[in-house]
Write a protein that binds this ligand. Structure first.
Ligand code: ADP
Length: 172
């Protein structure tokens, strides 16, 4: 078990010195609120210009751009599901976001990736449920992909940080 390959930190994902940061984007990929807005502000207008060439992104999928003025070289844009009560495939779609983001990372040659807590802000996905899915998917992916060295869960607040710590302790 590569337990040391996963880190949890509290902070701002736009400040992470890492190969790639994941953006919790929307299907347009043209920017939004929350972490999406923060990433676009920190990366600068070139990020939006590249995003315009991508033609959007379906929910559960991921697409990569450069990071421009971010410390991270790459941004992997993924679209989390909007929470609609849990019977609309939300769990599977969220799992797919983590898996597809990491697949795109490996295809890009990235060795370290930082994730925000996808869908748990404006999209309303229950936090504990989301962090368990995130930890399960990332663990499974790391086991199967030794080329990926590090995954960091970047938590904007203490509650999210505590949820990840709990999920990491519970899920083997
Ligand atoms: P979604 O629309 O997928 O729910 P949000 O951006 O609203 O995306 O929220 C996702 C998570 O990202 C929330 O936990 C939110 O607190 C967090 N977040 C917002 N800004 C940042 C940031 N700069 N760095 C890291 N996490 C952030």
């Amino acid at each position: 078990m590569r337990k040391d390959a996963i880190e949890v930190v509290q902070g701002d994902i736009t400040r992470q010195a890492i190969d790639a940061v994941v953006n919790a984007a929307n299907t347009s990929l043209l920017g939004g609120g929350g972490v999406d807005g923060a990433i676009h502000r920190a990366a600068g207008p070139e990020l939006l210009a590249e995003c315009r060439t991508l033609g959007g992104c379906p929910t559960g999928e991921a697409k990569v751009t450069r990071g421009y003025r971010l410390p991270a070289q790459w941004v992997i844009h993924t679209v989390g599901p909007v929470w609609r009560g849990g019977k609309d495939g939300e769990d599977k779609l969220l799992a797919s976001c983590y898996r597809r983001s990491l697949e795109v990372a490996v295809q890009t040659g990235v060795r370290s990736v930082a994730f925000p807590a996808i869908s748990t802000g404006i999209y309303g996905f229950p936090l504990e449920r989301a962090t368990r899915i995130a930890v399960r998917e990332v663990r499974a992916f790391l086991e199967a992909n030794p080329g990926l060295e590090k995954v960091v869960f970047v938590c904007f607040d203490r509650l999210t940080f505590n949820c990840y710590e709990q999920a990491l302790a519970e899920i083997s």
